[in-house]
Design a protein around this ligand. Structure first.
Ligand SMILES: [Zn+2]
Length: 302
């Protein structure tokens, strides 16, 4: 057995978007981040990423929290809601503008495509420090240099943001704060040390790393899990009609998650309580057993 040593400084998190009820893909991330935190003797926080009201579904946030409770995934502390953190995001955007690290951009997607032949923003509006009258986004400058980090599951990774994506948006034209900005500030303010999340966010990590550097924030440890995809290879979501997890019988869903995460739970746990299965998971958790695949097809849950 290769159990991690207790680490009271470990703070992990699960950060769902309330765009729909929890499905098996998001439950997998919840279980993995919970077990990794608890196996380290750490805390597990929950944050509601309710940053984009038009995409959200009424009641979904409460339903997600209810499902977590029902599945024995009890979080530490209070749930943090991004919708209540606008002042923090606003002051950071202003700080980056004042420092000349961010700038106003009026370009449309079509203009960017036409200028660069790709979705990589060519830096057209760099230096624009006076708010234009036209609708505008705010972009953060990136560097023409490789960012390197070591992912606990995906290994060493690197990316040059200027060549892949270019200066990225931190506040959108519709005034909503960008996910990249919010997630980096929230992780820092919640003292998150370890991020265990889906591989669909792997590319975003480079933008987060850059923001952490620019804002002099610590870089958390990252582990990017396989993302469960449906028969068409699509990530499970409300848009791809992922089934909500029923509250009635947690055991098969938790067992499915642990098996998919390579943890080999014993058959004696079939039909056990959510509490017993999670207790086993935390006592036997080994991150290195998680398959390093970025995508895994969904199997039948029985
Ligand atoms: Zn522009």
């Amino acid at each position: 057995m290769n159990q991690p040593a207790p680490d009271s400084t470990y703070i992990g998190r699960f950060a769902p978007s309330p765009t729909g009820p929890l499905h098996i893909g998001s439950l997998l991330t919840a279980v993995a981040s919970y077990a990794d935190a608890k196996a380290h003797g750490g805390q597990w926080l929950v944050r509601m990423e309710d940053l984009d009201p038009p995409r959200e579904m009424a009641g979904a946030a409460d339903r997600i929290l209810e499902t977590l409770q029902h599945f024995g995934l009890h979080w530490d502390g209070d749930v943090l809601y991004q919708s209540r953190r606008q002042a923090r995001y606003q002051s950071t955007v202003q700080q980056l503008l004042d420092q000349g690290l961010a700038y106003y951009c009026t370009c449309s997607r079509a203009q960017i495509q036409a200028r660069s032949g790709s979705n990589t923003y060519p830096g057209t509006c760099r230096g624009c420090s006076i708010p234009p009258l036209k609708p505008h986004a705010i972009r953060l400058q990136v560097k023409d240099a490789d960012i390197h980090f070591e992912d606990a599951l995906q290994g060493p990774l690197h990316c040059n943001l200027q060549q892949q994506g270019g200066d990225f948006v931190i506040q959108r034209k519709d005034h909503l704060y960008a996910y990249h900005l919010a997630v980096v500030l929230d992780d820092a303010d919640q003292g998150i040390t370890h991020i265990v999340r889906g591989s669909d966010l792997l590319e975003s990590t480079f933008a987060h790393w850059h923001l952490q550097t620019v804002l002099s924030l610590p870089h958390p440890h990252y582990a990017h899990l396989p993302v469960i995809v449906n028969a068409d290879g699509q990530k499970l979501s409300k848009q791809t009609h992922a089934e909500p997890i029923p509250l009635a019988a947690p055991a098969p869903y938790l067992m499915y998650c642990l098996q998919t995460l390579g943890q080999q739970p014993p058959a004696t746990l079939n039909g056990a309580s959510a509490h017993s299965i999670l207790q086993w998971a935390c006592e036997h958790w080994q991150l290195e057993r998680v398959p390093p695949a970025r995508y895994l097809p969904q199997q039948q849950i029985r």
